[in-house]
Ligand binder design. Structure first.
Ligand code: ZN
Length: 483
């Protein structure tokens, strides 16, 4: 899905953007915002075509492949495949942000394979170059999240928003006496609020900007939807309060063995290569092969997990209007074990359970809790689903039926047995129900047992005068340890 907006105004400030050499050999610069946008569009197209030109078209004779030729005409020199190499070959790309150029490379790759797929299905030619007379000038930028946000969007007021990004002109291409950095602001007319986006596409000639939203189909929301609590764990990735146990696909035994094998061989090779006096690990072609295989295998495992997460989260937000999760600080939970200095022998250390902790960390990370949460919240806004996070303290020790809280309620990792009412359940499932009740304050209306209702809503343990105080203080001091 995407959202298209009209560009109201473009403002440019800071250093002038380098446009390359004029036909007479003089350097050109500009501060004209529209000219800058057009220049970026040409840069984007040049990089796109620079990559596309080396793609090969197969030649067939009587249905048999007889050969192939590159799509472009000037492919006698080696391909410039990185932004750095592109800049070297085309110095007029200097002022253009790396991310913009990089997005051209990325888009070319996506476009190529999508085109081939289309060709297979519907027929037609192989996807070609972007030609000036055929294709509208445009540029696109992938909006990365995390530390390096390249494209910033903000709401200016009720009617307008602003997309902003910046860059710099390198020293050699800078106008004498000019600054290095520039900033461009694209003001848009807000017809509706901008949703979360994965990339922007700017069409300078059409005066529009498109925000591409994460792909989610919105049709087919059922009328009756549930309230669900999910307990994220290590053994079971998500234990739902309705009894479902969702497990993320982990690598098979064979895949794990192969990964370990490849890693070992690579590190052994590194030692050997070092002993043989090779300058760097890149020198060995055999190592490159191993690395490629390892990357392929890892990508395969990762993709399988991503796919699972996408499917499960979509079905969850589709079938439930309220989802409760525990608020987990995955980053904090998966910290390395702290070294424990030995008080009797300075400079030495005591056993700190590092191996066990790193094993637990791996187990937590391999369940992709953070990603599940992220995708759930992202999709929820589109399906009118509420995702609420609750404090995970005591969710695994409290009985979901009578709300009696005791550490000994949990018999083992898997089994929950209430010491008060005798209710027995899978421990994760019980925790899921607790999380749901804590978040949305709905007692279990299931037919499993009737009659017992909590005396005071919103509280998880039997009421006692000092309970609220105690719980609050413990909740703040206790982190993930409570589980
Ligand atoms: Zn109970």
């Amino acid at each position: 899905m995407s959202q298209k907006y009209r560009i109201r105004a473009v403002k440019f400030d800071g250093a002038a953007v380098y446009l390359g050499l004029s036909p007479s050999g003089n350097p050109m610069w500009t501060r004209n915002p529209m000219r800058v946008m057009e220049h970026f569009a040409s840069c984007w197209q040049a990089v796109f075509n620079g990559m596309r030109a080396y793609r090969e078209e197969w030649e067939f004779k009587d249905g048999v492949k007889v050969g192939s030729h590159p799509l472009g005409s000037h492919t006698d020199q080696p391909m410039a495949s990185t932004v750095g190499q592109m800049r070297e070959r085309m110095p007029w790309l200097a002022s253009c942000p790396t991310l913009l150029l990089h997005s051209a490379i990325r888009h070319e790759n996506i476009d190529w394979y999508a085109g081939l797929k289309r060709k297979k299905k519907l027929g037609g030619p192989v996807p070609g170059l972007r030609r000036r007379n055929r294709c509208e000038p445009m540029f696109m930028m992938f909006a990365r999240n995390g530390k390096d946000i390249a494209v910033r969007y903000r709401v200016v007021n009720r009617r307008s928003g602003c997309v902003e990004f910046n860059g710099m002109t390198p020293k050699d291409q800078r106008k004498p006496g000019d600054k290095a950095h520039w900033r461009i602001r694209i003001f848009i007319r807000l017809s509706e609020p901008v949703r979360e986006f994965t990339k922007i596409i700017v069409h300078p000639s059409r005066n529009t900007i498109v925000f591409v939203n994460p792909v989610i189909a919105r049709h087919g929301i059922p009328d009756q939807r549930d309230t669900i609590g999910a307990d994220r764990g290590c053994k079971v990735t998500m234990a739902l309060s309705d009894g479902r146990m969702l497990k993320i696909p982990q690598p098979s035994k064979r895949e794990r063995r192969r990964l370990v094998h490849l890693q070992r061989r690579m590190s052994r090779m590194d030692l050997q290569n070092k002993a043989n006096g090779m300058r760097s690990v890149r020198d060995s072609r055999r190592r490159e092969k191993l690395r490629a295989e390892k990357n392929r295998l890892e990508t395969h495992i990762r993709n399988r997990k991503h796919d699972w997460i996408e499917q499960q989260t979509t079905s969850l937000v589709l079938t439930s209007n309220r989802i409760a999760l525990e608020a987990l600080d995955v980053k904090r939970m998966t910290r390395r074990a702290k070294p424990k200095p030995d008080p009797n022998h300075p400079g030495q250390y005591l056993h700190n359970g590092r191996k066990a902790k790193s094993g637990l960390n791996q187990s937590i990370l391999s369940n992709n809790w953070g990603e599940i949460r992220q995708r759930l919240t992202q999709k929820a806004s589109l399906y009118d689903t509420i995702v609420k996070e609750v404090n995970p303290a005591y969710t695994s020790q409290t009985c979901s039926q009578c709300h009696y809280k005791d550490r000994n309620n949990r018999k083992s990792q898997a089994l929950f047995h209430c010491l008060n009412c005798g209710y027995t359940d899978n421990a994760d499932h019980n925790a899921g129900a607790n999380i749901r009740d804590e978040a949305f304050n709905t007692p279990d209306e299931g037919s499993r047992r009737g009659g017992i209702h909590r005396t005071q809503p919103g509280r998880m343990s039997p009421p006692s005068p000092e309970e609220p105080m105690k719980r609050r203080s413990q909740a703040t001091s206790n982190g993930p340890k409570t589980r």
